[in-house]
Design a protein around this ligand. Structure first.
Ligand code: BTN
Length: 228
């Protein structure tokens, strides 16, 4: 069902392409034994695309791909950084919305779903990335609206991913903070209003309001369409 894809850029990832699949993340999770480390599966369409918190991920002519990794890494940080900087390299003014969405003009552009696979000997990870190419007003989402090749966009992201996966945690956290769009802004967590005060050295987000301080790990927070 999957076809090998010859990559026109210089890289040592293993590329596969499929026309239609339920979900690239699900496929790589279920078939990880049959594919090497650094396999990248690109789909033209997904019929059961999955988001965080069991949400549905709808895509139509968008960029859909998942990366299988059989080594450990700080992928929760390096994946959003790689997408953010890969897109900046191509001229897009994007930033990171906690924990790992990429936003353009205060709207969601990219969703990332990272899942671990536990086997006898090691933990593998699947990093799934969905990038909107067109606006999706019903989801308050924005698209790249560009003629730049999807493959070049993926290549730029993978090059940045390799670069960041060689860096230490402190370096990555500083870079992550510099691209975070929420720090110092009003955010909502379980319907209460807070200021996103800081990201600490361990990578927790510190939320503050008059009544309390909260420390959250990878939980999602909400923002209004234009940040205060
Ligand atoms: C989110 O924002 O909740 C994460 C969305 C992740 C979507 C991507 S598309 C490629 C990969 N395959 C999936 O089924 N999901 C991820």
């Amino acid at each position: 069902m999957l076809k090998d894809l010859k990559w026109e850029y210089d890289t040592d990832y293993n590329f596969y392409i499929v026309d239609t699949i339920p979900s690239t993340n699900t496929y790589l999770k279920e078939n990880s034994d049959n594919y090497p480390n650094r396999s990248v599966l690109i789909a033209l369409r997904q019929t059961n695309g999955r988001g965080r918190y069991d949400r549905v991920w709808k895509s139509d002519n968008d960029i859909i791909f998942s990366i299988l990794l059989k080594t450990n890494g700080f992928y929760q940080i390096t994946a959003p950084l790689a997408v953010c900087y890969g897109l900046i390299d191509l001229g897009f003014d994007v930033s990171i919305k906690w924990p790992n969405d990429i936003y353009l003009n205060n709207k969601k552009l990219v969703g990332i779903l990272i899942e671990d696979i536990f086997s006898d000997h090691f933990i593998s990870s699947v990093v799934g990335i969905g990038i909107n190419m067109t606006d999706k007003p019903s989801f308050h989402a924005v698209g790249l609206n560009t003629n730049i090749s999807k493959y070049l966009i993926i290549d730029k992201i993978l090059k940045r991913f390799d670069e960041f996966n060689k860096k230490d945690f402190d370096y990555l956290m500083e870079l992550y903070k510099s691209k975070s769009m929420i720090l110092g802004k009003t955010v909502y967590f379980h319907d209460a209003e807070y200021i996103a005060d800081a990201i600490d050295n361990q990578g927790y987000l510190i939320l503050k309001n008059d009544k309390e301080e909260k420390k959250i790990s990878w939980d999602e927070i909400n923002i209004k369409e234009s940040l205060k």
